[in-house]
Write a protein that binds this ligand. Structure first.
Ligand code: HEM
Length: 252
C-alpha cells in the first residue's frame, strides 16, 4: 500500500496481545482436541489384530498417550476459557455481544457472503460473526462440561466425579449418551472452523481492511469514507476523537 493510499485509512487498535494469544491458544487446543478425540473414538492407526488399543504401548499412537494429550489440551482449554472471561471485562472490543440493534444487518451480511449483494454496511464486527461467537462459546462450555464429566468417571469417587460427573450422567441418562453428544459437538467445531476461515479470508480479500492480520497485529484498517456503524461499540472513546487524532485507540 502506498503512503498516499495509507493516509485514507484509519488504523483502529482492537485486540490487545492477551486476546490474540488466547485466540491462537484456543485454536490450537481445539485442533488437538478434535484430532485426538476422533482417534479416541476410533483408534484406526493401531490396526487390527495388534491388541487392545489401551495397552498397545509400543505403538506411537498408544491410547494412553493420545488420551493424555486430549486431557492436557482440555485443561488448557479450560484455563484459556476462564482467561477469556477475564478479558471480556478489560476492553469494549473484547466483548462483541449481539444486541437487537445489530440484527437489521444480518440479511445483508448473508446475501453478501453468498455473492447476491456486493457488500454490507461497514462494521467492526458483523452480526453474523457476533452470533457465531455466542454459538462457539456455548459449544466450548458444553465440551468442557461433558469432557470433565467423562474424565471424572475414571475415578468415580473422586472430586471431579462428585462435582461434575454424577449429576451430568443422571441428566444424560448414561455414559454412552454423554460420549455420543461430546462427539456430535466435536463435529460442530469442525463445521464452525470451515465457515470461520472462509469468512475471514472472504472479508480480508474483499474489503481489504486487515481482517485476517488483525489476530496477529491487533489492528483493523478502516477507510475514512467507510467508518464502521458499530465503531463506538468497540472503541473506548467517541469516533470523532479517533478521527480528530485525540489518541484513543489510534496507533502508528
Ligand atoms: C473442543 C473441545 C473438544 C473436542 C472437539 C473433543 C472431542 C472429543 C471426541 C471426538 C471424543 C471421542 C468421543 C467418543 O467417541 O467417545 C472425545 C472424548 C473424550 N473427551 Fe473430548 N473434546 C473436547 C474437549 C474436551 C475436554 C475439555 C475434556 C476434559 C478433560 C475432554 C475429555 C474427554 C474424555 C474424558 C473423553 C473420553 C475418553 C475415553 O473414552 O477414553 N474433552 N473428545
Amino acid at each position: 500500500m502506498s503512503v498516499s493510499e495509507k493516509r485514507t485509512f484509519l488504523k483502529i487498535y482492537l485486540f490487545q496481545p492477551g486476546l490474540r494469544i488466547w485466540h491462537w491458544v484456543q485454536f490450537l487446543c481445539i485442533v488437538v482436541l478434535f484430532v485426538t478425540g476422533l482417534y479416541i473414538g476410533d483408534p484406526f492407526f493401531t490396526g487390527s489384530g495388534s491388541g487392545e488399543p489401551t495397552v498397545v504401548y509400543p505403538h506411537i499412537l498408544s491410547m494412553d498417550l493420545v488420551r493424555t494429550i486430549h486431557f492436557s489440551a482440555g485443561y488448557v482449554l479450560l484455563v484459556a476459557f476462564l482467561y477469556r472471561i477475564f478479558l471480556f471485562f478489560t476492553k469494549k472490543a473484547h466483548r462483541a455481544l449481539m444486541a437487537p440493534k445489530h440484527l437489521w444487518m444480518l440479511k445483508d451480511v448473508i446475501l453478501t457472503y453468498v455473492f447476491i449483494k456486493k457488500s454490507y454496511p461497514p462494521v467492526i464486527r458483523n452480526p453474523l460473526a457476533r452470533l457465531a461467537y455466542i454459538f462457539i462459546f456455548a459449544l466450548i462450555v458444553f465440551q468442557i462440561w461433558t469432557g470433565f464429566a467423562m474424565y471424572g468417571m475414571s475415578n468415580p469417587n473422586g472430586a471431579t466425579a462428585t462435582v461434575v460427573s454424577q449429576w451430568t450422567l443422571a441428566l444424560f441418562g448414561n455414559e454412552f449418551t454423554l460420549h455420543v453428544w461430546h462427539r456430535i459437538v466435536a463435529w460442530l467445531f469442525f463445521l464452525f472452523l470451515i465457515f470461520h476461515v472462509y469468512l475471514v479470508f472472504y472479508n480480508a480479500f474483499l474489503f481489504k481492511e486487515g481482517e485476517l492480520a488483525s489476530m496477529a497485529s491487533g489492528n483493523r484498517w478502516v477507510p475514512l469514507h467507510r467508518i464502521p456503524v458499530d465503531a463506538e461499540d468497540a472503541l473506548e472513546c467517541k469516533i470523532e476523537d479517533v478521527l480528530g487524532d485525540a489518541g484513543c485507540d489510534r496507533r502508528g
